[in-house]
Design a protein around this ligand. Structure first.
Ligand SMILES: Cc1cc2nc3c(=O)[nH]c(=O)nc-3n(C[C@H](O)[C@H](O)[C@H](O)COP(=O)(O)OP(=O)(O)OC[C@H]3O[C@@H](n4cnc5c(N)ncnc54)[C@H](O)[C@@H]3O)c2cc1C
Length: 288
């Protein structure tokens, strides 16, 4: 594991904005993740875990500690149980499951992140969430310096919430997912439908972080409120509300993190004024 200094975080986030990490290490095994966390603890500097950077907004000043980018997760199976290291991409796990005749996880093709980041945020789409599939998680408690295993209920999942958000010192090292065997023809059909639906409704390939805001409730969708407030297409600097999906902000070229933060503020203010609803961010702020 190479420890680098003053590394720009832009290329490591889908938004493609943000300043440098004071220190940066890319890890490829759980041992390297633990080693990197120990290094930061010894130096008494903050650390931040980065997956595929599809749910983060990094400040223009960057991050003053160590950014640990978790990459390269192995995926394996034991019967209907799939085990994936934290750095495995959701798409890789979906493909692995279909190749192995295990079904039910096709929806996850809509989430362009790692398994680790998706467990932390209890990512979900098309009516499914990580919590419906996680059998257990291998975790490193960076404060206590020890590994532990959490069951599904111990992960305390709820809508875009988990114990990993409550305890940032809990780093997901790996996860086991319970799937079902059989019916791979239908599963491949579902997979195709999900890919099509995603392309139709989202800005795939754009510089974005997906949904900026959580839905205020199961009935009220944040995107619908932003749309009804007439904010589609509204821009500040290089940041614009997507014309396609009102809960997406797009970096149209050279947006700064500040442009995006100001646009988020404007959206929250307008939605509150019009609907008396406080929107809460789903994206994670880094270095603010
Ligand atoms: C086009 C687009 C579409 C999207 N659609 C969806 C969707 O349909 N549903 C949905 O839920 N999300 C969606 N997202 C958001 C995003 O893909 C998910 O939140 C994803 O799970 C984030 O994973 P990541 O690896 O990119 O995490 P990152 O963005 O790298 O990190 C997000 C947070 O997770 C933490 N984290 C990352 N890895 C770990 C780990 N191993 N242990 C502990 N904490 C960790 C980070 O510290 C950070 O706080 C979308 C994003 C984009 C760009």
């Amino acid at each position: 594991m190479e420890m680098k200094e003053n590394v720009s975080l832009k290329p490591f986030t889908v938004f493609q904005v943000g300043g440098p990490a004071r220190f940066f290490a890319e890890t490829r095994s759980k041992e390297e993740v633990i080693e990197a966390l120990g290094w930061a603890k010894e130096k008494q500097i903050p650390s931040f875990i980065l997956g595929l950077g599809s749910n983060v907004l990094v400040s223009d000043r960057g991050f003053p500690g160590l950014v640990i980018k978790i990459s390269g997760g192995k995926v394996s199976r034991d019967g209907a149980l799939i085990t994936a290291e934290a750095g495995a991409k959701m798409a890789e796990v979906v493909n692995f499951s279909l190749q192995n005749g295990l079904v039910g996880f096709e929806w996850a093709i809509g989430v362009p992140g790692t398994i680790g980041g998706s467990v932390r945020g209890n990512a979900g789409c098309f009516g499914s969430e990580m919590k419906d599939f996680v059998a257990g998680a291998d975790v490193f408690d960076a404060n206590a310096g020890r590994e532990l295993k959490l069951s599904n209920s111990e992960c305390r999942f709820s809508y875009r919430q988990s114990i990993f958000k409550e305890k940032p010192e809990f780093v997901v090292l790996g996860v086991s997912l319970r799937l079902k065997s059989g019916g791979s023809g239908e599963a491949k059909e579902r997979f195709g439908e999900f890919v099509k639906a995603r392309v139709q409704s989202q800005d795939i390939g754009s510089k974005t972080a997906g949904c900026v805001f959580k839905n205020p409730s199961a009935e009220i969708r944040a995107g619908a409120l932003v749309d009804k407030a007439g904010l589609k297409g509204t821009s500040i600097g290089g940041a614009a509300v997507s014309e396609k999906h009102a809960n997406f902000i797009i970096n149209t070229g050279a947006a700064s993190a500040e442009d995006i933060v100001m646009l988020i503020g404007l959206i929250k203010e307008r939605v509150h004024r019009k609907f008396d609803v406080f929107l809460e961010e789903e994206i994670q702020y880094v270095g603010f």
